[in-house]
Design a binder for this molecule. Structure first.
Ligand SMILES: C[S@@+](CC[C@H](N)C(=O)[O-])C[C@H]1O[C@@H](n2cnc3c(N)ncnc32)[C@H](O)[C@@H]1O
Length: 194
């Protein structure tokens, strides 16, 4: 039987400028590696995930100053990409969020507590963790995966992982790009019989 499920990716990007001042032609420099985040969003929402009847994808992205962006899939179809996502983030940070981005002041610690209360299974993605297939249990319907940024997990993320003893799961011993991890997890869930 197929179960409806939610997969929420959690990421911390403490360097991204929260005033939305970005040069769209220079995302890595002006956006302090916002390009990495935008590729993860494109991977989760744009790269042709198949069965949306069955899987809801979300992202929660924690910036500095306790600014958090929650993303759901845009309803409008179209060709999107890194720059398109950067423009949406810029609009959201400058007070004009599109309907698929919600801006809040809920920080990572508060959000994790909330997810645990809502019975989410939360994993930290880490090359050295337990193999994903072994760790994920068939009975659950709500999963959250913490993903490091281009530098891995920042201090706050590491502390939250330690405090809650969140289990680590691995996609293999090689270090992959974040966007690759997002696509791999979604496709694993899509392929699994539930
Ligand atoms: C580009 S990697 C970070 C690379 C960074 N240089 C480091 O040393 O942490 C971004 C994130 O993807 C996840 N990741 C990358 N490869 C992985 C793997 N094989 N298994 C699980 N997670 C992985 C981790 O959460 C990592 O922090």
């Amino acid at each position: 039987m197929h179960t409806f499920m939610t997969i929420q990716f959690l990421m911390s990007y403490p360097d991204i400028p929260t005033d939305g001042k970005l040069i769209l032609k220079d995302l890595p420099g002006s956006g302090k590696r916002i390009d990495v985040l935008c590729r993860c969003l494109a991977s989760g929402f744009d790269w042709g995930i198949a069965d949306l009847e069955r899987i809801r994808i979300e992202f929660a992205v924690f910036l500095k100053d306790d600014i958090t962006l929650f993303f759901s899939k845009p309803k409008e179809e179209g060709t999107r990409g890194e720059v398109w996502w950067a423009r949406q983030i810029q609009n959201a940070l400058q007070g004009n969020p599109p309907n698929f981005i919600r801006v809040t002041d809920k920080n990572l610690r508060e959000h994790i507590t909330d997810l645990l209360q809502r019975n989410y299974k939360i994993f930290a993605l880490d090359e050295d963790g337990e193999e994903l297939d072994e760790a994920v249990d068939v009975g659950s319907a709500q999963y959250s995966f913490m993903l490091g940024n281009h530098r891995g997990f920042d201090k706050i993320a590491q502390k939250v992982i330690r405090e809650h003893q969140l289990p680590s799961v691995s996609l293999g011993t090689r270090s992959y790009l974040g966007s690759h991890c997002v696509a791999t997890i979604i496709s694993k869930f899509e392929l699994s019989e539930r």
